[in-house]
Design a protein around this ligand. Structure first.
Ligand code: NAD
Length: 353
């Protein structure tokens, strides 16, 4: 056994169908009395239900979360929290809403209770993002990690099937890169492999019936584990490429992860054979990259960047950005090979590794 360092993130997790019923108890346990409820405009009805459940523990609702947390939205939400005298934030939604909660916590230190309704995994990480002047900056700060997370699969029944599949592949990307992280350890590897297995096994059942609550539970459990890996170890080329493509070319988050992952794994395959074996085993495929590609294609997810609105003339810039700052990755960052990777992702070519 090699020496390692593992930092466990101190979140309290309440998991199960109907777990939302414990919200009041969980707010009390946080020692809070006035919660500001956050959501996107699309999930305003869910935010209202949460506020009703909170009764006089609800200070108000801010239903204006949008993708990538624009600094203006963050400022508005912070001002609203201060105006209402909120002493905690309850974020119900995907990574965009939880990201807004993090922006409030970063500024004010208010505790966050997260109720994730996608598989993006932000609730398990101390990573925040803020977009100012078209530029998204990310950072790590222990203050933004939600104190409590309620995972209730019933709340994911409404997640549209297309987003269900790409969001699950977003989760899979965290675990896959976690398996070859330079700071990985036996605990994160266990979580990663089990997260991959549970998430992938849920997909065919969800495609048959998106309202299969048992499968929704398995996918959310898998997403929790994958998100925990994202929060614990450093990500590599795949996450760098997705961050660049999403931020610079304004491409949709979960879809970009879905398209890039097979190619990033193929790029790293020869430099991380043990991780690739575990990924392939968990996904029941022969090779890691090909197994992810097949998983996406089998469940109707996009497999080509060109179909996401990526301009062909942007591929050179994306390759430049991917090698502009150093970061850990099993295979050294080779500009020409990364440009080739991007071309294959653009065309939607199935990798053979
Ligand atoms: P999202 O939060 O943007 O949600 C996409 C859309 O789906 C929204 O309109 C949302 O309201 C809707 N939606 C979510 N759950 C639903 C449900 N159950 N039923 C019906 N509609 C639902 O998407 P996302 O992929 O979860 O999050 C993406 C964002 O999160 C990106 O900005 C990404 O950078 C960030 N993120 C951050 C971290 C982190 O650790 N900081 C991790 C993952 C993602």
């Amino acid at each position: 056994m090699q020496a390692f360092v593992y930092t466990a993130r101190p979140a309290r997790v309440v998991f199960g169908a109907g777990a939302l019923q414990h919200l009041g108890r969980e707010i009390d346990l946080l020692g809070a009395r006035r919660a500001l409820v956050l959501s996107t405009p699309e999930q305003a009805a869910a935010a209202r239900q949460v506020a009703e459940r909170l009764g006089d523990r609800a200070a108000g609702i801010f239903a204006q979360a949008v993708m990538h947390v624009p600094i203006e939205t963050a400022r508005e939400a912070r001002a609203e929290a201060a105006r209402l005298g909120a002493d905690c934030a309850v974020a119900i939604g995907g990574g965009s809403t939880i990201g807004l909660g993090k922006a409030i916590a970063l500024d004010s230190g208010l505790p966050i209770l997260a109720i994730p309704t996608t598989y993006a995994g932000s609730e398990m990480t101390p990573i925040y993002g803020l977009t100012e002047g078209g530029l998204k900056k990310t950072g790590r700060d222990g203050r933004v990690l939600p104190k409590t997370v309620i995972y209730d699969p019933e709340l994911t029944l409404t997640l549209p099937l297309a987003l269900t599949v790409t969001s699950a592949l977003n989760a899979i990307a965290h675990a896959a890169e976690g398996l070859y992280a330079h700071d990985g350890n036996p605990i994160t590897a266990l979580m990663a492999e089990e997260g991959l297995r549970a998430t992938a096994a849920a997909l065919p059942r969800l495609c048959d019936d998106p309202r299969n609550l048992e499968a929704r539970g398995d996918a959310l459990y898998g997403a929790w584990l994958c998100g925990s890996v994202l929060g614990a170890v450093a990500m590599g080329l795949h996450h760098k490429l997705c961050h660049t493509l999403g931020g610079t070319f304004n491409l949709p988050h979960a879809e970009v992860h879905t398209v890039i992952l097979p190619h990033a794994l193929a790029y790293n395959a020869a430099h991380a054979p043990a991780a690739m074996e575990r990924i392939a085993r968990a996904l029941k495929g022969e090779h890691a990259g090909a197994a992810v590609f097949d998983l996406a294609r089998r469940h109707g997810a996009p497999t080509a960047l060109r179909d996401l609105g990526m301009p062909a003339e942007g591929l050179d810039r994306a390759a430049d950005l991917a090698v502009s700052t150093p970061y850990p990755n099993p295979r050294p960052l080779e500009r020409r090979a990364i440009r080739d990777l991007l071309q294959r992702a653009f065309d939607g070519t199935r990798p053979d590794r």
